[in-house]
Every structure is written in C-alpha cells, then in structure tokens.
Design a protein around this ligand. Sequence first.
Ligand SMILES: *Cc1c(COP(=O)(O)O)cnc(C)c1O
Length: 395
Amino acid sequence: MSTSLRNIPIAMPVLGEAEVEAAARVIRSGWVTQGPEVAAFEQEFADKVGAPHACAVSNCTTALHLALLTVGVGPGDEVITVSHSFVATVNAIRHCGAIPVFVDIEPNVYNIDPLLIANAIGPRTRAILCVHQLGMPCDMASIMEVAKSRRIPVIEDAACATGSSIIWQGRPSSVGAPIGDIACFSFHPRKVITTGDGGMLTTASAEYDQKFRLWRQHGMSVSDRERHSSHSVIFESYVSVGFNYRMTDIQAAIGREQLRRLDDIVAKRRHIADLYRLYLKDFSDLQLPFEPSWARSNWQSFCVLLPRKLDQRFAMQHMLDQGISTRRGVMNAHREPAYAGPGSARIGSQLSRSEYAQDHAIMLPLSSQMEEEDVALVAEALKGAMASVRTVELA
Ligand SMILES: *Cc1c(COP(=O)(O)O)cnc(C)c1O
C-alpha cells in the first residue's frame, strides 16, 4: 500500500495575506504600540461577542491577573477553580498572592462540576474562576446560581472559547457577553484566532473596564493616544501601581482580520468535529466529548477518552509514527511541583476525574484546514492503536 505519509499537526492557525497587509499597514503608519488599532479591535470584539466593554491586553494570563485584581482578590484570599487546566489559570491566582482551591471536573465535558463548588467555599473565598475548557462552555446557569446566592464574583477563563456560545436565558449568547462578571480570552496560536500572543477582557461594568485600562498601562491616568492627540499640554499622573500589559497595534490589526474570519473558522471546526463523530462512531470503548444541549463549542480541541486498558503514551506514539500529532489530556496543576508545596493550593474536592482525564484522554488534530480524508486517516490510526493493544494482550 502506498498512501503517502502526510503529517497532520495538532493545530494550525489561519493566517493569510489579509493579516500580512494589516501588519504592514500599521508598521507604515509609524504608530506600532497600543493606539488606534487596539481601540478598533476592542470595539469590534465587544460588538462581536455582545459585551458592553472589551479591553485588549498582552495575553490571557495577564487578562486573568487583572480580572482577579479587579474583583478584589488579594493575598491570602481563596479562588475556587479547577486543577484540570493549563497552568496559566492558577498562576494568575498566585500572582495575586491568593490560593487556588481545586475542585473536580464533570466527566466528558472536562469542565468544573458545579455541584462541588458550594462545598469548597470558605470564609476567604473571593472569586470563582471557571474555565471553558477546550472551547466547551461551562454550565454557567448552575455556577451563577451558587455564586449569586453567596455573592461571589465569577470570572470566566475563556482562553479557548472565542467563538463558542451558550443558550443563556433562552437565547444564544456568545461567550464573553455578560454572564459572569468578567471573561478573559487568549489569542495564542493554539487558540482559534491569533494575534501571535494577545488577550482580551470583556465585562458589563464600566468601572471594571476603567481599572483594566489603568493597570494595563502602568497605572497612568492618561493614555498615550489622548496625550498624543491633545492640543493642550497634559501632565499624566500615576494613580496606582500598574503593569505593562499592553497589546501592540500590530497585534490588534492582525486580530481585526482574524475576527472577520471567526464565523467561518468556527463553522469549519464544527464540521470537522461532526466528521470525527461519524468516523469514530463504531469505536464503542472510546468516549467522545459531550456537548450539552445549551452549549455550542468552537471545538478548540477535540478530546477523546481512551479505553482504560490502552496506554496513553503508546497510543500517542503509534499515531505520531504515522505522522499524526496528538496531545495528552489537560494537565492537572496539583500534580506539578509548582503547586505541590504547602500553602500553594487547597484541595476542595476529590480530583479523581481530573486525574483520569489527564491520564486517559488525548486530543486529536483539529484545524479548519483539515479535509475529510485527514479525519479518516486520524480515525484509522487511532483504530490501529486500539487494535495493537489487543494483539499484545492476546500474545
Ligand atoms: C491558553 C490558556 C491560557 C493562557 O493564555 P495565554 O494567552 O497564553 O496567556 C489560560 N487559560 C487556559 C484555559 C488556556 O488554555
């Protein structure tokens, strides 16, 4: 058999001449850092997701840091979240001097189990940081119910969820429209749209939005743009200790082009996810990801749970040998040295589902450039991995 070996990467950003032109336009303009393009990108992003305010920053980790500070998280406070997330989620909590409290995930959706939140709340709980993991929206109705009854602010880590939506109060609503208090997005190339690196905060609160703007720019009372375009001399002041979390105008110009592609990218990703379901439907001991009826994922990642007896590393290697890149299940922060020490985290529930998902799930390649034959190849390789384990057992 001579099927040519093609490499199928785990993900591929969609970048083209429009982005090249946009970056060039900004460079030619002479204004390269946070300025008019950032302002336009913010407005377009806010309109796209239906948020009253959007503030661009350097990445999602800095967005999460500002979000937590804004709702008042400080040293010694606790923030309820999942261990089962990219480490940036919990690092942002530690950057505030606060302590993450880890609760387990729901099986198959890989998101925080809302039933475990109430029990993990303590006297120092200052926020709930839920993660729309792999692009799948969390069960916000249940989360908001617990949060509202205890008056605890909710921050959404929507790093992976640009273009995902949720049926909220009977109507489809983009992730980023006001449900929680603040949502934070990432534009890293591993997410569905990219600016190289980049982040965005959305909120319904004008007061929060002002804080983001102050802190992202050194705590400076006047923006560079205002000062630059003013006809009278302005002296700025530094009203609180801030950070440099700016996005550049080069990134923002690229982001504006990416935003124009978003609907098309999400539609194509959803089509690939449908094809995966079709090609994997007879793999009875493989668990496919579950999309609740009120959720519409952008399928930032398509995560499958392997049969218990199939070794994860073996399966991944088997697929890689055929040119197919996969990734293991989402990491668990509580198993990492950075979070194993005393005082760096509190365990708020059993974490057995989080650990099981890390050890037994794999993410299959998914990009909007994939063709049906690529999906078929991935399915074939996965079938091969599952079959060779059986052979080993029988031998
Ligand atoms: C990627 C990611 C982040 C971090 O985003 P950056 O833009 O790289 O800082 C945070 N949380 C989750 C869940 C992520 O997947």
